[in-house]
Design a protein around this ligand. Structure first.
Ligand SMILES: [Ca+2]
Ligand SMILES: [Ca+2]
Length: 511
C-alpha cells in the first residue's frame, strides 16, 4: 500500500489501478479469513434452505418456509414478484436461526424487458419476519440486517443497480428516495439484471464481520465469486429469521430466486454443535407422505416410459432424437450435397462432349488438307461433287444440332437455377430435385447421342478413302469449313463460360 501511495503522488493516472489493488487485497483478506487461514467448519442446514428441482410441495408451499404477497413458488424457483406493476412478495424461514456464524448462498435472476427495472430484491436476517412493507416488499424499521439489490435509481445519481448492506436496530426508517445512500454500511455497484447465468451472492457472517461476495452471472462457474463489500464489527440479533423479499413499482422485473442455501460455520478447533433435535411429528409425517407421493409418481413414470420404449436401456434420450431445426439443417445440407454432385457430373459430361467435338474438328482439318493436296494433282470426278454437297448438308446438320445443344444447355442451367432455389427453401424438394436432374441428364444424353451419330456419319475412315475424289474448288470449300468450325468452337466455348460462371454464382449462393 505504501508503494501504491508513492505511485499515487508521482503518477495520478495510476490512482484507479492502486484502488483496484487495494480493493483486491481487502478481498483477499476477507476471503482468506474464511478459507485459507484455517477454514471454519461448514455444515449445510436444510431446514433453512430451499432449492430445486422439487422446491415446492403439491400444496404450493415450500418446506420449512412461508411465502407471502405475490410470491409464487414452483418446482425449480420462487418468483418473489412477477414483472407486473406494484407487486410485493417475500419468503421467510418458519423457524428462527441462532447460529453464531453462518454463510448464505442466494442464487437469483432479476430480469425484465426494460433497460431499467424496479425496485429490487432484499436478503434479510431480522429478529421478526418482515412479512409486508415498503422496503423491497418487506417491513421497515427492522431489527437486523438487509442486503439490498437495488435496481432503480431513485435519487438520479446514476449509481444503480447497486448492492448495499443496511443495518437497523428497529428505529431507522429506510431512506428510499436516496437509495439508502446515507444509511449503507457497505456498498458496491453491480449490474445484476438480465445476466446470461443466474447471479449468486455469498453472504458470510463470521467473527462479527459481514462479507458480501458476488458472482455476476457472466459465467457458469458457480465458484467464480468476486468481492463486493465488507462490514467489520457488525452486531446482529443473536437469533432471527432469514428472508428474501422483492418489489416492483412503475417499472417491473421478474425477481426469481433459484435457491437459498444456509451453512452453519464453526471456528476451527471447536466442536460443531449436534444436529438439532427432531422435527415435530406432524411435519415429519407430512414430509414422509410427500416423499412417498414423489416416489410413487417416479415409479409410475418409470414404468410408463419402459412400456413406451421397450428397447431403450439407460441410453441418453438426447441422442435418440433430433430437434426440428437439426433435421431441417441436415436435410438442406444433404440436398445441397446432391446438387453439388450432379453439377460435377454435368461438368464431366460437358467435357466429354467438348472432347469429341475437338476430335471431330481435327478429322475435318486433316480432310481439308488432303483435299488441298488432291486438287493440286488435278484428279477430279463428277461424282465427288455430289459427295461434297452431302458433306455440306452434314455440316449444316452438325451446326443445327449444336444449336440444339446450346438451347438444351440453357434449359439445363435454368433448371439448375430453379432446383437451387428449392434447395434453399428447404429439403422438401429432394424428390423434385432428383426429377429435374434426371431430365437434365436425359437432355444431355440426347445431345450426346446426336453428336455421336454425326461423328459416326463423318467417320474419318470413310473420309480418308473418299478424299481423293474431291472437286477442284478447294479454296472456297476450305474457307466454308473453317468458318463453320470457328463458329462451332465459339458457341461451345461461350456455353462453357456461361456454365462456369453460373456454377461459381451457385457456389457463392450456397456457401
Ligand atoms: Ca432504489
Ligand atoms: Ca441511486
Amino acid at each position: 500500500q505504501s508503494n501504491c501511495q508513492q505511485q499515487l503522488t508521482k503518477q495520478p493516472v495510476n490512482a484507479h489501478f492502486c484502488l483496484t489493488v487495494a480493493g483486491r487485497s481487502v478481498a483477499d483478506i476477507a476471503v482468506g479469513a474464511s478459507t485459507t487461514e484455517e477454514a471454519p467448519h461448514r455444515r449445510f442446514e436444510y431446514k433453512y434452505s430451499f432449492k430445486g428441482p422439487h422446491l415446492s410441495q403439491s400444496d404450493g408451499g415450500i418446506p420449512f418456509w412461508i411465502h407471502t404477497g405475490n410470491a409464487i413458488p414452483s418446482a425449480d424457483q420462487v418468483r418473489i414478484t412477477p414483472s407486473l406493476r406494484s407487486q410485493r412478495g417475500s419468503v421467510w424461514t418458519k423457524n428462527k436461526v441462532n447460529f453464531e456464524h453462518w454463510e448464505a448462498e442466494v442464487t437469483f435472476r432479476v430480469s425484465g424487458r426494460g433497460r431499467m427495472g424496479a425496485d429490487g430484491l432484499a436478503v434479510w436476517f431480522t429478529s421478526t419476519q418482515g412479512l409486508e412493507g415498503p422496503v423491497y416488499g418487506a417491513a421497515d424499521q427492522w431489527n437486523g440486517i438487509g442486503v439490498f439489490f437495488d435496481s432503480f435509481d431513485n435519487d438520479g445519481k446514476k449509481n444503480n443497480p447497486a448492492i448495499l448492506v443496511v443495518g437497523n436496530n428497529g428505529n431507522l426508517v429506510y431512506d428510499h428516495q436516496n437509495d439508502g445512500s446515507t444509511q449503507a454500511l457497505g456498498t458496491c455497484l453491480r449490474d445484476f439484471r438480465n445476466k446470461p447465468y443466474p447471479v449468486r451472492a455469498k453472504i458470510t457472517y463470521y467473527k462479527r464481520t459481514l462479507t458480501v461476495l458476488i458472482n455476476n452471472g457472466f459465467t457458469p462457474d458457480k465458484e467464480d465469486y468476486e468481492f463486493c463489500t465488507k462490514v467489520d464489527n457488525m452486531v446482529i440479533p443473536s437469533d432471527g429469521f432469514f428472508g428474501i423479499s422483492a418489489a416492483t413499482g412503475g417499472l417491473a422485473d421478474d425477481h426469481d430466486v433459484l435457491s437459498f442455501l444456509l451453512f452453519r460455520l464453526t471456528e476451527p478447533g471447536q466442536q460443531p454443535p449436534p444436529v438439532e433435535s427432531e422435527i415435530p411429528k406432524e411435519e415429519k409425517d407430512k414430509y414422509q407422505e410427500e416423499f412417498q407421493n414423489f416416489q410413487q409418481e417416479l415409479d409410475k413414470k418409470k414404468e410408463e416410459f419402459q412400456k413406451e420404449h421397450p428397447d431403450v436401456q439407460g441410453e441418453p434420450i438426447d441422442d435418440l432424437y433430433e430437434s426440428v431445426n437439426d433435421r431441417e439443417i441436415r436435410q438442406v445440407f444433404e440436398g445441397q450435397n446432391r446438387i453439388h454432385l450432379e453439377i460435377k457430373q454435368l461438368n464431366r459430361q460437358l467435357a466429354m462432349i467438348l472432347d469429341e467435338q475437338r476430335r471431330y474438328v481435327s478429322v475435318i482439318t486433316d480432310e481439308v488438307a488432303k483435299k488441298g493436296a488432291n486438287t493440286e494433282s488435278g484428279q477430279v470426278g463428277m461424282s465427288s461433287r455430289s459427295k461434297l454437297t452431302q458433306a455440306k448438308a452434314t455440316q449444316q446438320e452438325v451446326l443445327k444440332s449444336l444449336n440444339e445443344l446450346k438451347s438444351s444447355f440453357h434449359e439445363s442451367l435454368r433448371q439448375i437455377g430453379s432446383v437451387q432455389n428449392q434447395g434453399n427453401q428447404a429439403a422438401m424438394g429432394t424428390y423434385e430435385t432428383m426429377q429435374h436432374f434426371s431430365d437434365i441428364k436425359e437432355h444431355l444424353h440426347t445431345v450426346k447421342r446426336d453428336v455421336d451419330h454425326l461423328v459416326q456419319r463423318n467417320n474419318p475412315a470413310d473420309k480418308v478413302l473418299k478424299c481423293p475424289e474431291l472437286p477442284p474448288m478447294p479454296s472456297c470449300l476450305s474457307t466454308v469449313h473453317f468458318a463453320i468450325f470457328v463458329v462451332v468452337q465459339s458457341v461451345l466455348f461461350f456455353c462453357y463460360v456461361m456454365y462456369k460462371s453460373q456454377q461459381e454464382a451457385a457456389a457463392k449462393k450456397f456457401f
